[in-house]
Design a protein around this ligand. Sequence first.
Ligand code: GDP
Length: 217
Amino acid sequence: MVLPGSNIVIGPYAGHAQIKEVEFVKSSGRAKDCPRDGRPEFAILGRSNVGKSSLINALVRKKEVALTSKKPGKTQLINHFLVNKSWYIVDLPGYGFAKAPGSVRMDWSAFTKGYFLNRDNLVAVLLLVDASVPPQKIDLDCANWLGRNNIPMTFVFTKCDKMKGGKRPDENIRNFQELMRENYRHHPPWIMTSSVTGLGRDELLLHMSQLRNYWDQ
Ligand code: GDP
């Protein structure tokens, strides 16, 4: 079965997908300070304002989680949330602050690079892409960097309920995918979501359960 609003095929590995409990574990300033219990984890990444807090909130259905990750001082940290005592959602600093000078952007990549390149228990990165705007170079650059470093990723298109400047989200998504196709033989998994309507929420959790179960094998 292909999940609606995605290219994701769900097979027998998909299993328990619901979130029963979630607890904040810690904020880490460096990759080597992250939890070392080896539980599988998903990193959530995207441009600031892409809708990351809203999506995390919609996934876990708990406001405190997204609030924690928005607290001043924590936005530039790697925040670990333990789900059902068995796997992590990892909130990474947003990239591409419009007003940040180039040097600040560089700091982001140096800091987060260490995390991506050294995290053995990383199942996949959920790369959030705003579907209400045309493709942004910074998102494509980020996707290409992850791809070049063989880091598994899923494109999670956010704000799919929203129309801006006459462009429909599905048109923006198609344009984004065409640009990605220039660099990928196989397009990574992608899924449409909206934190306003709840579109894609259960499907994304099912996809994550399938990836977790593959990873466990
Ligand atoms: P973050 O900076 O990536 O954590 O982004 P936020 O979650 O704070 O969202 C940024 C802005 O986008 C806020 O004004 C949200 O209300 C809005 N937003 C987030 N998700 C959605 C969505 O699915 N649909 C719409 N229409 N707006 C959204």
